[in-house]
Unconditional design. Structure first.
Length: 231
């Protein structure tokens, strides 16, 4: 039997990196609308909810078919509030579902297939968590810390200096922020989105943009135009 699945979109009113980010137009639609539409298109998602402190964002979300049964408290819309705090607050307020998908509006290029893939992996394996990743642009074996004396120290404990060519290195992946799938009891217990047993849903770089500032937004626009043209 298929698990009951809900998508939770989190979008606060304030943004320092890019003011008005969540309602900024991308491809003629507010950034927030892209996440709502993808969730509604998913064959696995049964309901789509929004957590926000903004009445403007709430009204916009409802206009695009998203349920907004409450406004979150002001203290959960500050820079200090964590995503875990926001999600747990929503879980306490919303109906129970077996699997939740956290979708951030700042990842507008994900597809319904990405959501379906995460849920399918969790259902097939019984995993408590599955998150979207993309291949790292900068391999961790090539990253260093620099001490006060200017000396460089590798972040990785193993010495990979003999593997100078990138094609000889094992593939490395990073979270791309597009989809966080989890079972609610597991999240409440551990208060994390990822642990040692989390599964990975791999997404290509062209769908893995995570918008934090204007440069990120302009990159998202360029990628959007590459796929959709000027329509």
């Amino acid at each position: 039997m298929k698990a009951r699945v809900a998508a939770l979109i989190t979008a606060r009113g304030g943004s320092k990196g890019l003011p008005g980010k969540n309602i900024r137009l991308l491809g003629g639609k507010p950034l927030l609308a892209h996440s709502i539409e993808v969730a509604l298109q998913s064959s696995m998602v049964d309901a789509v909810y929004l957590s926000t402190d903004s009445r403007e964002i709430a009204d916009l979300a409802r206009a695009h078919g998203c349920e907004v049964p409450f406004l979150r408290a002001a203290e959960l819309a500050t820079d200090e509030a964590t995503s875990i705090d926001v999600v747990c607050d929503a879980l306490d307020r919303l109906p129970p579902y077996e699997i939740w998908l956290l979708l951030q509006p700042t990842s507008p290029l994900r597809t319904a297939e990405d959501l379906d893939g995460v849920v399918t992996m969790m259902e097939r394996t019984g995993a408590y968590s599955c998150v979207s990743v993309t291949e790292a642009q900068d391999h961790p074996w090539l990253t260093f810390a620099i001490g006060d004396d200017g000396a460089m120290t590798r972040f990785c404990s193993d010495d990979p200096i003999h593997m100078a060519r990138r094609q000889d290195m094992p593939r490395a992946f990073v979270l791309n922020g597009a989809v966080y799938g989890f079972r609610p009891d597991w999240l409440r217990r551990g208060r994390v989105f990822v642990d040692a047993k989390s599964l990975a849903w791999v997404m290509p770089a062209e769908r893995s943009v995570d918008i934090d500032d204007l440069c990120d937004f302009e990159r998202a626009e360029a990628l959007w135009l590459t796929v959709h043209g000027c329509d």
